[in-house]
Design a protein. Structure first.
Length: 64
């Protein structure tokens, strides 16, 4: 998933959580939190990959 798509989905799920306030909706809120957790992990992975790319680029080419 592209970073923009992940961020859009993350924002949508956060907005969904704001709407869930009653006890009957706790199950749905739990599902949304699970989805948010997966998206946050994906964002962390993408961030780690981008950081590694920058590090190796600088390491291989030297600082300009």
């Amino acid at each position: 998933m592209k970073l923009d798509d992940v961020m859009k989905e993350l924002i949508q799920h956060l907005e969904d959580l704001k709407l869930l306030t009653t006890d009957a909706q706790l199950y749905k809120a739990d599902e949304i939190w699970d989805k948010l957790h997966v998206l946050i992990l994906e964002l962390e992975e993408q961030n780690r990959n981008q950081s590694n790319e920058v590090y190796y680029s600088v390491f291989e080419n030297g600082v300009q």
